[in-house]
Design a protein around this ligand. Structure first.
Ligand code: ZN
Length: 132
């Protein structure tokens, strides 16, 4: 089953979408399988990282900004090449195992929608594959 979610992203940020993914798995009724969380945008991404200390996300955004600064040499006319690079660095999707109807995530793991080119209205998909 495919589930679509939308969100508005006023600033560069990682947004915890773990609750939406859990909801999709619950609605699907799947007890064993996998969920693919996918972002159909070129300047946003999906990743899994710590959801306990918000400073981890802050440090990730800081480091991505240092790694991929805006450069006068960039040619892309839209002017958001750094956002495209950050999106490729984090990737467009994650796959999470479903076991016993629950996502198999580590204690400190959360699933994040990563916005690199705000403000936008975005969407992401959760494809649940599995057996009831
Ligand atoms: Zn662009």
């Amino acid at each position: 089953m495919l589930f679509e979610y939308s969100l508005s992203t006023p600033r560069e940020d990682f947004r915890d979408i773990t609750p939406q993914v859990r909801e999709a798995v619950a609605k699907s009724g799947a007890s064993d399988g996998a969920a693919v969380v996918y972002c159909p945008h070129t300047t946003a991404g999906i990743t899994i990282n710590e959801n306990a200390d918000p400073d981890v996300v802050r440090d990730l955004l800081f480091a991505l900004g240092k790694t991929f600064p805006d450069r006068p040499e960039f040619r892309h006319a839209e002017g958001n090449s750094a956002a495209h690079m950050k999106a490729s660095a984090v990737g467009s999707s994650v796959t999470v195992i479903i076991d016993g109807g629950k996502l198999v995530l580590g204690t400190w793991q959360g699933i994040y929608f990563c916005e690199f080119d705000p403000p936008r209205t975005r969407k992401f998909y959760v494809k649940v594959m599995g057996q009831r």
